[in-house]
Design a protein around this ligand. Sequence first.
Ligand SMILES: C[S@@+](CC[C@H](N)C(=O)[O-])C[C@H]1O[C@@H](n2cnc3c(N)ncnc32)[C@H](O)[C@@H]1O
Length: 175
Amino acid sequence: MKLTLRQNAIVSEIDRCGVVADIGCDHGQITLGIVLRDLCDKIIATDISPGSLEKTKRLFEEYGLLHKAEFRVCDGLDFETPVDVCIIAGMGGLNISGILNRARALPQKLVLQPMRDTQTVRDTLLTLSYKITRDFTVIDKGRKYDIITGIREKGIGNRKRTAPQTIPFSLTSVP
Ligand SMILES: C[S@@+](CC[C@H](N)C(=O)[O-])C[C@H]1O[C@@H](n2cnc3c(N)ncnc32)[C@H](O)[C@@H]1O
């Protein structure tokens, strides 16, 4: 299955790991792309819409890969299984921020692709003690998509930052 430039840029942010969750998987193309590249031991495909999740199930069935995924109808990260990397792509930034703020547990790494309100997503990542390690725009068929990767500081649990934040960008001094 050939991924679009946007989908490929999202998948490329994942290093091989144990468990990946694809929140709001819909058609399941990103989810399947991760499994076909053997980037994790297990993938959790979730969507708030049963009809959308069904599309992902059908795609995995078509590829004979149903055994490689768990399928869950749920709101965002409202499940117990620990996850190493979580993708939330193709939704508005306010929705993504809401999902992260309501999460039962947060993964060490997030790959986010908001359709709008990107700055709100960056602010939420920093508030939840993530360091933004990659932040770039991909142009796919003339449309721009922001992709943001965050890594969480260890030992934080679900605690939000209370100390002042350091914004992870460096300044180059001009002579
Ligand atoms: C436009 S699709 C994006 C599909 C895929 N992630 C991508 O980027 O190609 C957005 C999906 O997010 C789902 N969604 C919206 N809010 C959600 C939430 N709170 N929890 C889980 N899924 C959600 C929708 O049902 C829809 O299937």
